[in-house]
Ligand binder design. Structure first.
Ligand SMILES: NC(=O)c1ccc[n+]([C@@H]2O[C@H](COP(=O)([O-])OP(=O)(O)OC[C@H]3O[C@@H](n4cnc5c(N)ncnc54)[C@H](OP(=O)(O)O)[C@@H]3O)[C@@H](O)[C@H]2O)c1
Length: 167
């Protein structure tokens, strides 16, 4: 499975329940990757979306421990085992983990590839992705340096040589 994320220079991903710095080119790449695929997200990340609705054009799987929690137009998984059962019909390369912190941490060991937009600035985040380079992931590709409203950033692709099988 894949992971897709935007991080600041400290691998921060969010602050006060929001994205750090929405960048149009990043949102466009996110859409290009995930349209027609299955996305996995935590209940709190869903609550940050417009009208708290699942992402259109994608199969959404929301994680929540609450057995009574339901979401229209999405599936809910209450545990890792339930999630893996829901993922069984999908091809590995069509699965995207889209956050937030608790869901990235939960699924990091099973992800083979990460699409990481790296912002070269500190946004004083309160939610983080583990530093993939310290975790032994390998940088496979890095784009040229772009800039949005004074924030330089690059699109990077990492691979996890120790990805664990989940099925
Ligand atoms: N930069 C990026 O690319 C990016 C992407 C996505 C999100 N974010 C940011 O990340 C932040 C949110 O991250 P977060 O860690 O606070 O929340 P989150 O991971 O989005 O959601 C947490 C919730 O997911 C459910 N959950 C987690 N693990 C579970 C498990 N093993 N089984 C069942 N349910 C489980 C729980 O829901 P219940 O409480 O209902 O049990 C938990 O409270 C926001 O600031 C958001 O903007 C950033």
């Amino acid at each position: 499975m894949n992971l897709i994320v935007c991080v600041d220079e400290n691998w921060g991903i969010g602050r006060e329940g929001r994205l750090l710095c929405p960048i149009p080119a990043d949102l466009k790449q996110f859409k290009a990757h995930t349209l027609g695929k299955v996305v996995i997200l935590g209940r709190l990340t869903l609550s940050t979306f417009p009208r708290q609705q699942p992402l259109p054009g994608r199969d959404n799987i929301i994680l929540s421990h609450d057995p009574a929690y339901t979401v229209e137009n999405a599936q809910v998984a209450h545990s890792l085992d339930e999630l893996f059962a829901l993922l069984r019909p999908y091809e590995e390369e069509n699965i995207y983990v889209i956050g937030g912190e608790s869901v990235y941490r939960l699924l990091l060991p099973y992800c083979q590839r990460a699409y990481v937009t790296r912002l070269e600035r500190d946004f004083a985040a309160d939610r983080f992705l583990p530093d993939l380079e310290q975790e032994g992931w390998q940088l496979k590709e890095s784009s040229e340096r772009f800039e949005h409203e004074g924030t330089p950033y690059r699109f990077c692709t990492y691979e996890n040589p120790k990805a664990e099988a989940w099925r």
